[in-house]
Ligand binder design. Structure first.
Ligand code: MSP
Length: 615
């Protein structure tokens, strides 16, 4: 069935809107804020003699929108079911980026939340024998609980059922309406309830199956309100041409450009058949389409609770967002629909939309609708937040898809966190206790004079910083791990345990070596803190710092020279529990295999003892 919009001429609203279009309507895109404007532009003369168009808002950018504020968002998660590892993935990445930006000294507003309206949610509430509000409360809470378990430090959690959100959605709708971009028409097409989206027949698989959810779409015919997306085709093309960094990673830009080029069609922004939603202003027989509603959560989240809310105040508190972090499946909503909606309402566009890949299981997107999910609560309980955060950020190149396997998980976290990082700290503190009463003999700056390891560390810190800035989180982890590798190599080459045994000048050199290696550990703790905050805190504490001192670190603390002579270190104790197969499983593994494996992986803290030579 071909999707069909039928705008009847007798439709009063559509006529009204046609007349509402201002006669002097000569839209242009501001060169400064990329905002679509219908106000009178002003011009600036560039050195090349070309005149650039700027909108009249440009000089009125809100102060929080300056270089020192970083507003980032995760998608607002559907509450049809509790979170799975795929939903946790975006949030872990966002949290690491937020933590890095805080280390740079930015005022960060990290927004997350839950998307609670629409048919999909109403259906899942009914399937669970609950009414929608009760269902939303339970599932929304399960997201908050998981974020706590995963050490997610968000600043704002918005629920689309919050009254303050509803007020903003209605005001926004009214603005778009007043701008002549909403009209009424019939719609006939194929609908995927899981995507909450009408689909083009050409993008569907056999039997009209949705390619993401592998379930047949249903034929629908409705009388809806439409948003005039087609009107924004040219402005969107211009924005992407002028600001190609708007869509990241860069390879996703082509996809977005080709959607736009293939022709933008108006889309329906209300539902006649769905009760569970925000009523359309002036027509309570329809509710606002869940996507039109939820995207506004990025703005309503900025408002403060218990204060009078309106769009203007919300915007002044931090809009536009610096970064929308999303999965690639919802790129069209964020890179096409959302910017057009914002232009229509006369608001700034977000600075960047980053579409990451999927966590897959057997090559299929892990998801609630397909039922092939990985339980994040179980994973965190078993392995702890640092291991989970580190594994997914290190293992999956941010932007690409990545598969999970427990074997790989254990191998990576044991090798990187327990061995390269944890064991190096443990060995060094053990030697320091035995030979220097756990006290540093001199400042790390003095100890490292003429030692090439210091330069190596400085270069790797720069590499980590660049990668964090470019959102190449896996490469950032890799750079930090390389610092650990360099520290281990230094330890093995210098063999301080041997030098201590020699005594005299050699022992003095060995004591300096320990200062150098512990300084390496300190730098690692700072540089790894966006990815594995608890592990970093444990390292920092063992280096003799307080929790408050850890909480006030900045990226400038990655600079060599933090540790001072006379500083007393804590007793060595493992900062990262090595994951061991339990003994029964190990026995089981040794036996010839008959039937199914039953053994379970257990976490066991394995003492990170010094080598025989060091003891
Ligand atoms: N409610 C909408 C978003 C509205 S934003 C205004 C939605 N929710 S969702 O719960 O279905 O998905 C939320 C995010 O989780 C999306 O970015 C999606 O890509 C991501 N993921 C869901 N499954 C995923 C994987 N298996 N792997 C990685 N991310 C995945 O869409």
């Amino acid at each position: 069935m071909a999707a069909r919009i039928n705008t009847s001429l007798h439709n009063a609203l559509s006529l009204l809107n046609a007349f509402n279009t201002p006669l002097n309507y000569k839209p242009f895109t501001c060169r400064n804020c990329f905002r679509f404007s219908k106000k009178l532009p002003y011009y600036s003369q560039s050195s090349s003699g070309k005149r650039a168009l700027y909108c009249t808002y440009s000089s009125q950018e809100s102060t929080v929108d300056g270089a020192d504020t970083f507003v980032l968002t995760t998608p607002l998660y559907y509450v049809n079911a509790p979170p799975h590892m795929g939903s946790a993935y975006t949030t872990i990445a966002a949290d690491s980026i937020a933590r890095f930006q805080r280390l740079l000294g930015k005022k960060v507003i990290f927004i997350t939340g839950t998307d609670e309206h629409g048919e999909k949610i109403a259906t899942s509430a009914a399937a669970n024998g609950r009414n929608p509000p009760e269902h939303c409360d339970i599932i929304s809470q399960s997201y908050r609980t998981l974020w706590k378990d995963l050490d997610i430090a968000y600043d704002k959690f918005i629920r689309t059922t919050d009254p303050k959100h509803e007020a903003i959605v209605k005001e926004f709708y009214a603005r778009v309406f007043a701008n002549g971009d909403i009209y009424r028409a019939d719609y006939e097409g194929l609908y995927c309830v899981n995507c909450e989206e009408y689909k083009d027949e050409k993008e569907l698989l056999e039997n009209n199956c949705c390619p993401v959810h592998q379930m047949p779409c249903v034929a629908r015919k409705e009388d809806n309100y439409f948003f005039a997306l087609s009107k924004y085709q040219k402005p969107l093309e211009d924005i992407l041409a002028q600001n190609p960094r708007f869509v990241q990673p860069s390879y996703r830009l082509n996809e977005v450009q080709s959607w736009i080029k293939s022709g933008l069609r108006d889309f329906s922004i209300s539902r006649a058949l769905v009760d569970w939603g925000i009523p359309v202003p002036d027509d309570d027989k329809q509710t606002i389409y869940v996507w039109f509603d939820a995207l506004l959560g990025y703005i309503s989240a900025l408002t403060e609770d218990n204060k009078q809310q309106n769009l203007e105040t919300a915007v002044s508190l931090g809009w536009p967002a610096s970064l929308h972090l999303i999965g690639k499946d919802i790129l069209r909503f964020h890179a096409v629909y959302w910017p057009a909606m914002l232009m229509s309402a006369g608001l700034n566009l977000p600075k960047m939309v980053f579409g990451h890949g999927f966590l897959t299981k057997d090559g299929m997107k892990m998801g609630k609708s397909l039922g092939n999910t990985l339980e994040p609560f179980e994973l965190v309980q078993k392995f702890g937040p640092d291991a989970v955060r580190y594994f997914f950020l290190r293992e999956v190149e941010f932007g690409n898809d990545g598969d999970y396997s427990e074997d790989r998980f254990i191998k990576i976290v044991n090798a990187h966190l327990a061995n390269t990082i944890g064991n190096l700290l443990n060995r060094t503190l053990g030697l320091l206790k035995k030979n220097c009463e756990s006290t540093l003999v001199e400042d790390s700056t003095v100890a490292a004079e003429g030692v090439p390891l210091k330069d190596t560390v400085e270069k790797l810190v720069e590499k980590a910083q660049t990668n964090y800035e470019n959102l190449s989180l896996s490469s950032a982890c890799e750079a930090v791990l390389e610092i650990g590798n360099a520290g281990n190599t230094y330890m093995d080459q210098r063999a301080p345990w041997f030098l201590f045994k020699q005594g005299g000048v050699s022992a003095e050199e060995a004591a300096k070596d320990l200062v150098i290696i512990l300084e390496v550990m300190r730098v690692i703790a700072v540089a790894l803190s966006p990815i594995a905050p608890c592990l970093s805190l444990r390292i920092y504490s063992q280096l003799g710092y307080s929790v408050d001192q850890f909480n006030s670190i900045t990226w400038s603390d990655t600079k060599w020279g933090g540790l001072k002579g006379g500083q007393v270190m804590e007793q060595a104790s493992p900062v990262f529990a090595r994951i061991e197969l339990n003994p029964e499983k190990e026995e089981e593994e040794k036996k010839p295999k008959v039937g199914k494996k039953t053994g379970k992986v257990k976490v066991k803290v394995v003492e990170q003892t010094p080598t025989v030579a060091e003891a």
